[in-house]
Design a protein around this ligand. Structure first.
Ligand code: EPZ
Length: 418
């Protein structure tokens, strides 16, 4: 489980290199399975979700090895079509293997991914689309079995621009017969990254970053070497960290156009932000200003994955702010924990009203999910006294080096295994 122990009140000053993107690398790892050969990935983050995904792809026959910071996957052989239940329950994003294992072997058996603490997270949109592609799907009480003699291209219209469903359809369509179009597709940068990666392997995909993606099926893919894009949510998290306690921060290896909505809210709180090439600079005023309304939205709107971190800033801003979480139905598990630190937040369904207080007080708190856990660390940086963030394993799922990164810029923070 582990915990982070933070002594609050130390301004942050310095420079951090942003890690490779968790939400880009997970579908890329699934996509590697479509190639009967080798994939070499650079800038792959060493985080728990990646470790779990690598265990899964090894369990179906792939060879995986790290050479320092380079990840090499040999997916020449796939010797089973069953995705072990223990992994799927541990990490719901493993559902992304549905499309790629199907695309490679025409059959897959996978347990229903658990919901998680931010919501039920069904996969109805994934399954509805795959059924249109000549794929038979049987519900085997906790498991789903998908099979086909040939995946056929189809015109799919998503009821909601689901990131995972868009990715699964792309993966299933790459080696299919015919052309697949996805209407109302997700437009997140991670979708574009998956398109770039697959096209480097010989796929024929266009339209990512728009709401219509076209995939022309090809016969086979080939080996590829690829560098994973920087993680926009990690970059946003570190911006929130400095906003919460004050200081100045240079972020290296960012794609600032992925951060437009986050930057706009940082500026609205009174921060100064400058972006140039692959760098970003942020400096923070004496006290943050409240924000009338933040509504989380699909990209390019304000990202739900930055909602908790933003809340940790607004709880000490001057004035009252409102957040509406439109993406997940229960993504406020960090609110009672922030309240233990003196935050003044009222939630009603998907709406949170935050009345800024001058400063938080250190307390013993518990991470309930990945981004909520990061938000508690951010709150601890501001708080008077010591904050202990328990259940650190949630945070380690996505943050490769949050302890060293924050210590490097002046945070008094340490991780303890026990
Ligand atoms: C991806 O999750 C990300 N995870 C999430 O990041 C992110 O919050 C989310 O996209 C939205 O941007 C990864 O990329 C690994 P969705 P995903 O399908 O694909 C509903 C993080 O912190 N829905 O776009 O699961 C669903 O319940 C994580 O890094 C259906 O109803 O998100 C949710 O309310 C958290 N039926 C909404 O759509 C479906 O079949 C968005 O889900 C699929 C989704």
């Amino acid at each position: 489980m582990g915990k982070f122990i933070i002594e609050g009140g130390y301004k942050l000053n310095g420079e951090i290199k942003v890690q490779g993107s968790k939400n880009a690398v997970l579908p890329v790892l699934a996509a590697a399975i479509l190639n009967k050969g080798k994939t070499v990935l650079y800038n792959c983050p060493k985080i728990m979700d990646v470790n779990n995904m690598l265990k899964i792809i090894e369990s179906i026959g792939c060879q995986v090895k790290w050479e320092e910071d380079t990840l090499i996957i040999d997916s020449t052989i796939i010797d089973t079509h069953i995705i072990p239940k223990k992994y799927v329950q541990m990490m719901r994003s493993s559902i992304i293997l549905l499309g790629s294992v199907l695309g490679r072997t025409k059959y897959v058996k996978i347990s229903f991914p658990g919901g998680c603490s931010i919501g039920s997270r069904p996969i109805d949109l994934h399954l509805k689309a795959l059924k249109q592609m000549n794929i038979t799907i049987e519900d085997k009480y906790g498991f789903i079995e998908c099979s086909t003699d040939k995946i056929k291209g189809a015109k799919v219209t998503l009821d909601y621009p689901s990131v995972g469903a868009t990715e699964n359809i792309m993966l299933a369509a790459v080696l299919s017969d015919g052309v697949t179009t996805i209407h109302n597709a997700a437009k997140e940068p991670e979708i574009s990254e998956l398109q770039y990666f697959l096209n480097q392997m010989g796929a024929m995909i266009e339209g990512a970053s728009t709401d219509t993606i076209t995939i022309k099926g090809v016969k086979a893919l080939h080996d590829v070497e690829y560098r994973i894009m920087p993680d926009r949510i990690i970059a946003g998290t570190y911006m929130s960290a400095v906003a919460s306690v004050g200081g100045e921060l240079y972020l290296n290896d960012v794609k600032s156009d992925h951060l437009d909505a986050t930057i706009a809210k940082m500026v609205e709180m009174g921060c100064y932000v400058k972006t140039y090439d692959d760098k970003l600079f942020i400096s923070v005023p004496q006290r943050l200003q409240s924000i009338d309304l933040i509504r989380t939205q699909p990209y390019p709107g304000f990202p739900t994955d930055m909602q908790a971190q933003m809340m940790s800033d607004l709880v000490v801003a001057n004035g009252t702010s409102i957040i509406v979480e439109t993406i997940f139905e229960s993504r406020y598990k960090h609110v009672p924990e922030l309240a233990k630190m003196g935050a003044d937040i009222i939630t009603d369904g998907r709406t949170a009203v935050i009345k800024g207080v001058k400063r938080l007080n250190g307390a013993e708190v518990f991470a309930k999910d990945l981004r909520g856990g990061a938000a508690l660390i951010i709150a601890g940086l501001n708080a008077d006294g010591r904050t202990v963030v328990n259940n650190a394993h949630h945070i380690l799922r996505g943050y490769e080096s949050i302890e060293t990164d924050l210590k490097k810029i002046g945070a008094q923070l340490r991780y303890s295994k026990d």
